[in-house]
Write a protein that binds this ligand. Sequence first.
Ligand SMILES: Nc1ncnc2c1ncn2[C@@H]1O[C@H](COP(=O)(O)OP(=O)(O)OP(=O)(O)O)[C@@H](O)[C@H]1O
Length: 260
Amino acid sequence: MTSDATPLLSVRGLEKRYGARIGCTDVSFDLWPGEVLAVVGESGSGKTTLLSCVSARLEPTAGTVSYRMRDGETRDLGRLTEAERRFLARTDWGFVHQNPADGLRMRVSAGANVGERLMAVGNRHYGRLREAGADWLGRVEIDAARIDDRPTEFSGGMRQRLQIARNLVTHPRLVFMDEPTGGLDVSVQARVLDLLRSLVADLGLAAIVVTHDLAVARLLSQRMIVMKAGEVVEAGLTDRVLDDPHHPYTQLLVASIPEA
Ligand SMILES: Nc1ncnc2c1ncn2[C@@H]1O[C@H](COP(=O)(O)OP(=O)(O)OP(=O)(O)O)[C@@H](O)[C@H]1O
């Protein structure tokens, strides 16, 4: 089976309830290899719930998430064993959190933060781990001389770039991002976004990016879904949705973007 014949990820009829409250409901979409999908919507619309269910961190109440594994077999994530899920998360997936402290080990060096992910996939050679660490620091524009510093000594933007390096060093096929620039100063957001965009393109990564910022969706994604009160109200190519929004809620979101 060729990589283009089947989606990397297929979500069908996904629902998550918290007791009587709806987190998200009736969500369906496909994600293709190398494609970036943005999930947008206001606070409480269900974006994080959806991301957590799709990345197998939260068990959905109904619906399925299928993922095409490296061997070409498509598996229902709900039927994986805990060990299989953890292996996927360590090797095939990345997760970039809004707060870098949630995705980094703050008490170990920058180099070890990057090397650790490689060790998890079987690399043991100290010299090569250090070399890869230095290489990846360079790729995220952190001076290799800072390799032995801890993230606690880094600025917010540097921490976020380090978290990106830690996630991408193993060449995952799919990266989940939850407001990847949301916690950063406006002045450093553009640089991190630019870096993310070029790395995602260079590595041919597929990604799902949760954001309330339509500018982030515009810059990073080819397709987007718009959520309101847990439901998808509009889906389509990012440029189409933003330039010609059909649903009144999307029109409202687009109209509320401040003029540049
Ligand atoms: N652990 C939880 N227990 C109960 N209700 C929850 C829980 N997590 C989320 N919810 C509810 O599910 C709905 C969707 O929340 P979710 O966090 O997914 O939205 P969001 O779009 O990611 O919001 P934000 O942008 O503020 O993070 C909300 O009504 C929220 O109150």
